[in-house]
Design a protein around this ligand. Structure first.
Ligand code: G6P
Length: 613
């Protein structure tokens, strides 16, 4: 939620900031703004997307080699020009951008108002600018110490970039709970909420840890301090991001591109890990330091939010099927504030595309505090969850920019399947035949996804029939149920059609009352253990005139008589079926949203990386 950028060096800052904000727009697009420091600090901010800001700035003075920028997902205060970042004091000498939430801002604001500060916005962020100014009055001359002292009075999460009118040669950045990356160039620094905007300028990056502050100087040197104000030598990581992965590459939307990238993403996720199917060799480097614990665990818990939670539901089923060990999938937001019983030999999986979701991060901290061992299943390398976990497996989906998650989901499922197989093989809970079957099945998945993607146009034509629906039901059983949830989520997120995912049999306990001739009902009806049962559920829907769209196995003939539309997908192992059945649902939601004229990559009110709870 919210993206921040910064630049200090010898180049023009404005185009770099705008470019960075565009790359971070998936984090929020309620308003955007920049502050440019030359002879003075000029602040330009505007409601709406970065493109609106650009239009607003067109023709205005932008000359500067030091600046900060922000794209907002509104938390405190409606999206308007005043609440847009950067924020400043009434004297305009401290200007900052912020990602996160200052939880004690009301108390701080009252205190500052009593000290004569006048506020202009409704945001929590503005408090920070005034607080820094107030601390500066105490006589401390070093600006970074002033900022750090001010931050010590703050409860909540922040990643900030601060300019001080009295310190024209420095950019101060700090973080706690929200992500912040510094890119190191030739006598210049770039700042961003994630590494993607930095990738085309530099591969050398520094990930700030919680409580740390860094002062980036115009002459190219950097001073870092830890949360206890000790000097720290920055550790420089090398980024491994291919630039074309950050572009739409001829697709109309990032989401469309990412759906079509799934064969490649799944291959990348399997690469080196599904080492030899014939010899049944699996390689999972990231788990080495907790391998023993993974093997003796008597409970597995999958934690995540949104799509990642849906992947966790599948993980739970895979683990129970392959290992016969009790497993659960919990919403991270519920787990962190619940009263969870954490077993001594319990393993927690923190599933997150971004690796920055505040609730998932807090949930895994909670698990750690309770004595649990945590394995991160993240896509973004070096992300907070990846670093907070005891061990981790990256999903290798490549950058996912579209707000609605697609390839992250399939690669999360692939990663958990590999993990389940690996543990099952070591613990001998799965026969060799079964292992080989699943391994073979996994290696065939990319090709099978490719085959489904060929039906894109066919699915688009189906979408045309249902684009004006007000509601939709998604039904599945077994492995089809989490897929139904995910299909419904995709539909809600990007097309704004109200959609519910349900276990097919549960439908009789309520949702069936909604079914009439206007209700599209998407049914995952693959060959497998629950095929006959789901057929009966489909009949029940048809008897109430519901319009059935069925995702069926290749060659299925029986559903043709019940469903208005059938989408065939290749056959695979039941346990691997979500990797295929989710694809038509992603395409269906995508086409409906496009046909309805929705902004697919930037759906209203949503943000890709939810760094507030
Ligand atoms: C947001 C995104 C979803 C995502 C969820 C969890 O709601 O819009 O697509 O599934 O966050 O994100 P994570 O990065 O933790 O997987």
């Amino acid at each position: 939620m919210c993206g921040i950028v910064g630049y200090i060096g010898k180049k023009e800052a404005y185009p770099i900031l705008i470019h960075g904000l565009k790359k971070l727009e998936y984090r929020g697009y309620d308003s955007a703004g920049v502050a440019l420091f030359s002879d003075m600090i000029r602040v330009y901010k505007h409601k709406g997307k970065v493109a609106d800001l650009e239009k607003y700035i067109d023709g205005k003075e932008t000359k500067s080699m030091l600046g900060i920028g922000h794209t907002r997902w509104a938390t405190h205060g409606v999206p308007n020009d005043v609440n847009a970042h950067p924020h400043t004091t009434e004297h305009g000498d401290i200007v900052l951008v912020h990602n996160g939430i200052i939880e004690n801002y009301v108390t701080l604001k009252l205190f500052l108002q009593k000290r004569g500060h006048v506020f202009s916005s409704e945001t929590d962020t503005e408090v920070l600018a005034h607080l820094i100014e107030e601390v500066r009055k105490s006589g401390e001359n070093d600006f970074s110490s002033v900022v750090q002292m001010a931050l010590q009075k703050v409860t909540g999460a922040y990643a900030i970039a601060v300019l001080s009118l009295h310190d024209p040669d420095m950019l101060v950045v700090a973080k706690k709970g929200s992500p912040l990356v510094v890119g190191v160039g030739e006598k210049e620094f770039y700042v961003a909420s994630d590494p993607y905007p930095l990738a085309e300028y530099t591969k050398q990056v520094i990930y700030l840890e919680d409580g740390e502050i860094a002062v980036l100087f115009r002459d190219g040197h950097i001073e870092m301090k830890t949360d206890t104000r000790e000097p720290k030598i920055p550790y420089i990581h090398t980024l491994d991001i291919e630039l074309e992965t950050l572009e739409k590459s001829g697709f109309e939307h990032f989401m469309q591109k990412e759906i079509h990238e799934q064969p490649r993403a799944v291959c990348d996720s399997l690469r080196g890990r599904l080492y030899s199917v014939e010899d049944m060799i699996l390689n999972l480097g990231g788990i080495q330091n907790i391998e023993e614990k993974l093997l003796i665990a008597n409970h597995y818990t999958f934690l995540g939010c949104g799509t990642s939670w849906h992947a966790g539901l599948i993980g739970k089923k895979i683990f129970e099927d392959l290992l016969r060990i009790p497993s659960r999938a919990e919403y991270a937001s519920e787990f962190r504030y619940g009263n969870p019983i954490i077993g001594e030999n319990e393993i927690f999986f923190g599933i997150s595309q971004s690796g920055e979701t505040a609730d998932t991060l807090a949930a895994i901290q909670r698990a750690k505090e309770g004595g649990g061992t945590v394995l991160g299943i993240c896509n973004v390398v070096g992300s907070s969850i990846a670093r907070a976990a005891h061990a981790g497996l990256y999903t290798h989906a490549g950058p996912e920019i579209g707000v609605a998650s697609t390839k992250a989901f399939t690669t999360q499922v692939v990663t958990m399947t590999l993990l389940g197989l690996y543990i099952g093989q070591k613990k001998k809970t799965i026969s060799d035949d079964h292992i080989k079957k699943i391994m073979r099945g996994l290696s065939d998945i990319p090709e099978k996804i490719e085959k489904i993607l060929i039906a894109d146009e066919y699915i688009k034509n189906i979408a045309k029939k249902y684009k004006d629906a007000k509601n939709a039901l998604y039904l599945g059983r077994g492995y089809g149920f989490p897929v139904a949830l995910e299909g419904a989520l995709k539909m809600k997120e990007i097309s704004y059609i109200h959609a519910e995912g349900y276990p097919a049999a549960e439908m009789k306990h309520g949702p069936i009352a909604l079914v009439d001739e206007f209700m599209p009902v998407v049914i995952i009806a693959l060959e497998g253990p629950s095929y006959e049962k789901i057929m009966s559920n489909a009949e029940e829907i048809r008897a109430r005139k519901g319009r059935i769209i069925a995702v069926v196995s290749e060659g299925d003939t029986r559903f043709r008589n019940i469903a208005e539309d059938c989408i065939e997908i290749p056959k695979t192992e039941d346990l691997l079926s979500p990797l295929l059945s989710v694809i038509p649902l992603q395409l269906f939601a995508y086409h409906i949203a496009v046909l309805r004229g929705c902004d697919v990559d930037r759906p209203r009110n949503l943000a890709k990386s939810v760094t507030v709870e």
